[in-house]
Write a protein that binds this ligand. Sequence first.
Ligand code: SF4
Length: 225
Amino acid sequence: MEIVRQKIADPADFRARGIRARDALRGDLEGADLDKYVEERVLTTTLDKALNWARGNALFPATFGLACCAIEMMSVVGARVDIARFGAEAFRASPRQADLLILSGRISIKMAPIVRRIYDQMLEPKWAIAMGACSSSMGVFNNYAIVPADKFMPVDVHVPGCPPRPEALMHGILKLRQMIQDDPAMGWRDRYEARGTEEIVGDLQDPGADAAVNVLKRPPGSAGA
Ligand code: SF4
């Protein structure tokens, strides 16, 4: 659903609409007037769609910064980008209250388990954005200490740049919002054949079997989440 703001062409029309709303509330509208009023204002949908619409417009990012990209991430709540317009400004101080992890910077191999633990502590449904070249692809660094986020946790959206501008992060958040509203199953669960909060990883020794590596066993006959 897209909400479009328009200038009121005629203030008198605005007043007429106010009077119609008052009449409707009082039960004074009848017949064709009532039909037209209801047609213009009532929206039908499914509970799932309404839930996803609300989720997509009320993301709670975790208060967690990794490196230089974090400075750009912080600025999205400022007046210039004002991510509050899209309901994603309430950065939570605990992963238990957050549903979005923004990986804003480079991740060393030593830091990766901590990042993964923060992600695991977040409640479902949850999402992750890899912000910047470092967390997406090790960025400008050519050494053994940095690891891309995809190697140890699921990532829903990658935002390129070094650092990406706050506008780019906003674009990434809007892409994620679209993903949540349009097709939530497009998330990491299907891609990684996972359910719950853990991933199901194949056994390297026995490619035909599921292995319990940090994971729940896949139930027999299930295709994933
Ligand atoms: S992508 Fe660039 S700005 Fe972001 S953490 Fe890496 S080096 Fe820093």
